[in-house]
Design a protein around this ligand. Sequence first.
Ligand code: AQP
Length: 326
Amino acid sequence: MARRVFSGIQPTGLVHIGNYLGAIKQWVDLQYDHECFFSIVDYHAITVPYDPKQMPKNTFDAAVVNMAAGLDPNKSTIFIQSHVPQHTELAWLLNTITPMGRLSHMTQFKEKSRMFREGINAGLFNYPILQAADILLYKATLVPVGEDQVQHIELTRDIARKFNTTFGETFPEVEPRLSEAPRIMALSDPTKKMSKSIPGSYIALTDSPEKIKEQIMKSVTDSGPQKDVPMGAGIANLFMLMQEFSPPDVYQRFRSQYDEGTIKYSELKKTLAEDIANALTPIREAAQNLAKRPDYVYDSLREGAHKAQSIAKRTMAEVKLRMGLI
Ligand code: AQP
């Protein structure tokens, strides 16, 4: 039987090549032979400071870009998280079996608390419980994500186990699925991961070839290869991107030049920028076309929410019965 898949993306800004290589590309591949649920997770996005006026556009754009990248509403169930209220209902129930100590160890919480020092809210702390609910509501067993989310998936497994031992076997084992490029680093600072919320760190899937070139050309590298010194994080990141976006012989050529110490980073950057721009052009154009068809996009999302709800309601009925809620 085809496995059930769940994953999500936050409408916190422009969808970037890190999101694409870590998550979306896997989603597109999986939808042909798996039962897939993909959500624009707006309830997650409001756990950090945001502009309510901008949120509807961010949510629409996230849906458009994912569809443009290949998510097909006829193959996958694509929906907006807040359109399926069972996500927050299950999250509340799972709150009651999740130790606070576990949540305080979550890397993402620690990083985001540092980034948004003021107004750290309970929602940001409880974020991983909502994520567990997102997955368990559909009894998904496979969660294609970037590396930064693996810790949350491990917590989801623990929450499911705790629920099963306390209230009876209900949820299946959940497994993360990583791509070949599970952690793309920030172009502006290769010690951090590429993020929507770090300006200058990313290339958006909808960026123009000129913008892509500008971003790649100013990406942080080092002064060049040195004997017996490991490759620096910035250039390693560009090589990782080259492996994903350039033909294998081009990658090999620059890799050999690096090993021989003859490489010119400016040439590598120029070639990489062109190859990324070529790969992203069909996505950018498809997004421009889809954005002109908002009715199609919203209808697909509404239909997705309807399908998702029919499963979500069943799970909630089962969970409430097991927990003695009448
Ligand atoms: N740099 C990355 N490399 C590989 N995968 C990544 N993902 C995110 N950044 C990278 C994966 O993309 C999916 C959607 O991410 P998200 O929107 O749910 O939130 P995030 O992980 O917090 O992504 P961002 O871009 O860093 O957003 P902000 O700035 O809002 O926090 C996930 O599967 C994620 O692993």
